[in-house]
Design a binder for this molecule. Sequence first.
Ligand SMILES: [Zn+2]
Length: 83
Amino acid sequence: MSASVDLGSLKPLIPVFKKWNKEKQIWQWGLLPEDFYRVQAGYACGKCLEPFAHWLPACPLCGESTFPEYAELPPEWRKQGES
Ligand SMILES: [Zn+2]
């Protein structure tokens, strides 16, 4: 977890590899640590890799939920985790 990650920057997420998950029938992405952090924090989609300008509970493009354990946290708590 790096404090230098610019959440909401809308910088494209760059997958370093991708793997087909046969059980879930989805692509799974290998992401750089800062990109994965943005997905974890709810600022990017882990499915279609769409970056968000602000925290969202689900992706507006594909409807994929952001990480539930983060979504349940109130915004103030998430902010503290970023510092
Ligand atoms: Zn998406």
